[in-house]
Design a protein around this ligand. Structure first.
Ligand code: URA
Length: 425
C-alpha cells in the first residue's frame, strides 16, 4: 500500500477498507507515514467525511496503537466521563468525588488545556503537590482503596491520537466529526471503563457551534461506544457562556470546593447533579436529585475530593487557599438590565492571555490568574454592579477592561438559560 493512494481515495470521496485504515494508522505511529501525508489525509477527511464503519475502524486502530488499561481488578461498574472541551469547565473536579461518594468507582484519565479551553490536569496541578503521573498499578490500587483517581494519560496509551491531535491542531483539522469522535472514543475505550458519560459541549466556546452538529457527534460516539461493548450516554451541554463563575485553574478549584460545600450557584450545582445522576445510572444506581444534592451539602463529596488530593500527594489545606495576584481589577456594569450574553470564546481567550491557559504546549501557566464572574446570563444588574473580578499578575491596559465590559451584553429582556440541551442514550 502507499499513503498517497489512500489520500487520493479519500480525496475523491471513496470509502477506505478496514485494512487500509489500519495500515495508515500503524504506519503513522511507526514513523513510516510522514506528518505531511497524514495532514493531507486529515484534510481530505475534513472535506469528504467518513462512514460509520470507517470511523469505527479508525477508532479501533487508534486504540490498538498503544497500551490498553485493564480495570477488571476493580469491583463494580467503572464509569468514565469526558468533556469535548469548554471554558470554566471544572465539572470533573466535582463530579468524580460526587459519584465516588455513592460507592461507584471512578478511574479517570484527564487531559491538559490548550487554547481557550481548560484542562482538568492543570486545575489539579494548581493544588500544591498533586501528582498526575501515577503508575497503572498504583492507579488501580487507589481506585480500589479510595474509590477514585484522576491522573494524566500514560505516554504509551493511544499513541496515534497524541500524534494526530497535535497535527490536527496546527493544520485546521480539529473540528471535524469523525476525527473528534475517534479521538475521544479511542482514549475512553483504551482507558478501560465499562461505561462512559460524554459531555458534548455546543456553542461559541465549544468545537461544535450548533446543536445539530453536536447531536450528530454525540450519536456517532454513543454508537461507537456501544459497538465495542461500552455503555455510553451523551449529554449535549451549553457552552455559549463560561460554565459557572470561575475561569482559571486555582479559581476553578475554589469554585469546585464552594460547590462541594453547598455554596455554589444554583445553575451549576443543578447541572452537576444532573450529570451525576446520569453517571450513577450508568454505574447501576438510580439516585434521585435531592439525594445527590445532599452529598454536596453534607460534605460527602468534599471528603472524597480531599481523599483524592491526599492520595495523589497533594496538600489538602491548599484546596482552600485563596488566589493571590499582583492586580485585581473590578469590572462593573455600565447600565441596568439583564445579562443576555457572555461569549465563552472571548472570555476563554481573555483568561488565556492572563496566563490561565496555553496558546502553545510549552507555555507556563499562572495558576492564580483568571476571571471570577459575579453575574451570569439571565441575572439582573444595576448600573455600577460588580460583573466580574479579574485576577492577574500582568498589568492590564484600560482599553482591554473597556473591551471586557463591551463583551458583556446587557438587554432589557431576560434570556432563558439551559445547561443540558439534550441527552442521547
Ligand atoms: N477532544 C478530544 O479529545 N479530541 C478531539 O479531537 C476534540 C476534543
Amino acid at each position: 500500500m502507499r499513503a498517497v493512494d489512500l489520500i487520493q481515495k479519500k480525496r475523491d470521496g471513496y470509502e477506505l477498507t478496514t485494512q487500509e485504515i489500519r495500515w495508515l494508522i500503524n504506519g503513522y505511529v511507526a514513523g513510516d507515514v510522514p506528518d505531511y501525508q497524514m495532514s493531507a489525509f486529515a484534510m481530505a477527511t475534513y472535506f469528504k467525511g467518513m462512514t460509520m464503519r470507517e470511523t469505527r475502524d479508525l477508532t479501533m486502530a487508534m486504540v490498538e496503537s498503544g497500551d490498553q488499561l485493564d480495570l477488571s481488578a476493580i469491583a463494580g461498574i467503572k464509569v468514565d466521563k469526558h468533556s469535548t472541551g469548554g471554558v470554566g469547565d471544572k465539572v470533573t473536579l466535582i463530579l468524580a468525588p460526587l459519584v465516588a461518594s455513592f460507592g461507584i468507582p471512578v478511574a479517570k484519565m484527564s487531559g491538559r488545556g490548550l487554547g481557550h479551553t481548560g484542562g482538568t490536569l492543570d486545575k489539579l496541578e494548581s493544588i500544591k503537590g498533586y501528582q498526575i503521573e501515577v503508575t497503572q498499578a498504583d492507579f488501580i490500587r487507589q481506585v480500589q482503596d479510595k474509590g477514585l483517581a484522576v491522573i494524566g494519560q500514560s505516554e504509551n496509551m493511544v499513541k496515534a491520537d497524541k500524534l494526530l491531535y497535535a497535527l490536527r491542531d496546527v493544520t485546521a483539522t480539529v473540528d471535524i466529526m469523525p476525527l473528534i469522535a475517534s479521538s475521544v472514543m479511542s482514549k475512553k475505550i483504551a482507558a478501560g471503563a465499562d461505561a462512559i458519560l460524554l459531555d458534548v459541549t455546543v456553542g461559541n466556546g465549544a468545537f461544535m457551534k450548533n446543536l445539530d452538529d453536536a447531536q450528530a457527534l454525540s450519536e456517532t460516539m454513543v454508537k461507537l461506544g456501544r459497538e465495542v461493548g461500552r455503555q455510553t450516554v451523551a449529554a449535549v451541554t451549553d457552552m455559549s457562556q463560561p460554565l459557572g463563575q470561575a475561569i482559571g485553574n486555582r479559581l476553578e478549584v475554589l469554585e469546585a470546593v464552594a460547590i462541594m460545600q453547598g455554596q455554589g450557584r444554583t445553575d451549576i450545582t443543578n447541572f452537576i447533579c444532573q450529570l451525576a445522576q446520569l453517571m450513577l445510572k450508568l454505574g447501576g444506581r438510580d439516585v434521585d436529585l435531592v439525594e445527590i444534592k445532599n452529598h454536596l451539602t453534607n460534605g460527602s463529596a468534599l471528603q472524597k475530593f480531599e481523599d483524592l488530593v491526599a492520595a495523589q500527594g497533594g496538600e489538602v489545606s491548599d484546596i482552600y487557599r485563596p488566589v493571590k495576584t499582583e492586580y485585581i481589577y473590578e469590572v462593573r456594569a455600565d447600565k441596568a438590565g439583564y445579562i443576555s450574553a457572555l461569549p465563552a470564546l472571548y472570555f476563554g481567550h481573555f483568561a488565556m492571555e492572563l496566563g490561565a491557559g496555553r496558546s502553545v504546549k510549552t507555555d507556563q501557566l499562572d495558576y492564580d490568574a483568571g476571571i471570577m464572574f459575579e453575574k451570569k446570563v439571565g441575572d439582573t444588574v444595576f448600573s455600577g454592579d460588580l460583573l466580574a473580578k479579574i485576577y492577574s499578575n500582568r498589568k492590564i491596559p484600560q482599553k482591554k477592561i473597556t473591551e471586557f465590559v463591551k463583551n458583556v451584553t446587557i438587554s432589557d429582556e431576560k434570556t432563558a438559560t439551559q445547561e443540558i440541551l439534550t441527552i442521547i442514550d
